[in-house]
Design a protein around this ligand. Structure first.
Ligand code: PLP
Length: 450
């Protein structure tokens, strides 16, 4: 059996995240990896790839950062998980509270899904209301049924289980108001990512820089996050930002600081601890306190109680990661590399004559490539071809996650790979993509059947 067959034989899905599955990569991508260092990963044969997957965006400094690893090892040597709260657990909680202005209390977890599900529960417990609202444009909030029940994959979820999750359109405040009108006094909270490739103020995705300007912007009233915040306050619902991806990227204090809004609750995960498993649900003391045990007589809420939530290696890694972010201005680097990466890809597409069909979307900190066929229709075949040709030239680019370890050398390598990949892309537009693909096309995760 090859590695893929062995993985599929013992792990449903062949990996521990569906977005690492074999249907998410071209046929020539490495099926298994052995290690990573800086911006590179390698397979068991020692073949190296420049990586833009970066552990599903969890690694932001670079793989195997020596300082973060040393901090984690030191915590492991101290026992790693003790019988009562540990000093590193307290230090990590105080650090997040000091770092993010909206955060007065925090509960750590190992997975982002646990954090977002906890936020939903807190919102329901605090308001005594039933419904939560999420935007349909945001692909993923949690592996739990309150979210997965809203996707195409409902097998195993009892009928109606996700009926308390309502869907609106990001950027369209009227669609959210409609839900508040339809369910008056019944909406506990609105959860959304602050931004993806879609930004809350439609005008300026390509002019955004590391320097936040939104706070004093004359068009602030038109900022969707500001509108959602106001609506939530007026309706007595909680304003919840899922900063799993935006946190520790857009700005060290989160995209909430970047856009000048103050959520009641916010969740973090990827990027907190350079790949160590740390996530957090956090926010206003009054709201987070539904899970407190020091408020005499308060009805109890069972909020995120996990054996491993306080694991010391991860929390020590988090503390060290934040220290490095401050010392090295990591977010500035992520923005500036993103700007150069956009330029490299746009120029390579123009040179190959496929600027219309291969486009870069989103702000520099949150880039995505969009692949169209000769008819101008979005095409998974063409996406697969681009990824396949990048792999052929040593670049693993399932999406574009940048780290502090991506520098000039990596940009050069990307330029060479993109030029070669996009010239094949052009030929495939002319000849038809079929004969160029080495295997099946990448398919969306959220589909009902394999
Ligand atoms: C926006 C967002 N929220 C929540 C999650 C869930 O995080 P985890 O995979 O750590 O459970 C993800 C993961 O991709 C995410 O992108």
């Amino acid at each position: 059996m090859n590695y893929q067959e062995r993985l599929n034989a013992v792990i449903p899905g062949g990996a521990h995240t569906y977005s690492r599955g074999m249907d998410q990569f071209p046929a020539n991508a490495p099926t298994i990896l052995e290690g990573g260092k800086g911006a590179y990963v390698w397979d068991p044969d020692g073949k190296r790839y420049l990586d833009y997957g970066m552990a599903l965006r969890a690694v932001t400094l670079g793989y195997a950062n020596p300082e973060v690893n040393a901090a984690a090892f030191a915590a492991i040597e101290k026992g790693n998980n003790l019988t009562r709260a540990s000093t590193v657990e307290l230090a990590a909680a105080e650090l997040l509270v000091d770092l993010i202005p909206s955060v007065e209390m925090v509960k750590f977890a190992k997975n982002g899904s646990n954090a977002t599900t906890a936020a939903v529960k807190i919102a329901r417990a605090y308001t005594g209301r039933r419904y939560v609202c999420i935007p349909r444009q945001h692909p993923f909030f949690s592996f739990d049924d309150w979210f997965i029940g809203t996707t195409a994959i409902t097998r195993g979820i009892p009928d109606g289980h996700a009926a308390a999750t309502l869907v609106f359109d990001y950027g369209d405040i009227v669609s959210l108001k409609r839900l508040f009108d339809e369910f008056p006094g019944q909406i506990a909270g609105v959860m959304l990512e602050p931004a993806t490739t879609l930004v809350p103020c439609g005008n300026c995705p390509e002019t955004l820089t590391a320097e936040p300007k939104c706070g004093g912007c004359p068009q602030r009233a038109g900022n969707f996050l500001v509108q959602v915040q106001e609506l939530c306050r007026a309706e007595g619902a909680l304003f919840i930002l899922d900063e799993m991806i935006t946190g520790f990227r857009w700005h060290l204090q989160g995209a909430q600081a970047y856009f000048g809004v103050t959520p009641d609750l916010c969740t973090f995960g990827k990027g907190m601890a350079n790949g160590f498993s740390v996530a957090a649900v956090s926010g206003r003391r009054e709201v987070m306190s539904v899970g407190a045990i020091d408020r005499q007589g308060q009805e109890r809420t069972f909020l995120l109680s996990t054996t491993h939530g306080g694991e010391m290696c991860g929390l020590a890694a988090f503390i060290e990661t934040v220290r490095l972010y401050r010392e090295l201005s990591v977010c500035d680097h992520l923005w500036s590399y993103g700007r150069k990466l956009r330029q490299v890809l746009v120029e390579a597409a123009a040179e190959a004559g496929v600027g219309e069909q291969f486009r870069i979307e989103g702000p520099d900190i949150s880039l995505a490539f969009v692949t169209h066929d000769a008819q101008g229709v979005p095409s998974m075949d063409m996406r697969t071809l681009f990824c396949q040709e990048m792999v052929r030239h040593g670049v693993l680019m399932p999406w574009m996650a940048v780290s502090f370890s991506h520098g000039e050398q990596e940009l050069d390598l990307t330029r060479k790979a993109a030029r070669a990949a996009l010239s094949v892309y052009r030929r495939a537009l002319e000849d038809g993509v079929g004969s160029y693909l080495e295997g099946p096309a990448i398919r969306p995760v959220f589909r009902q059947f394999n």
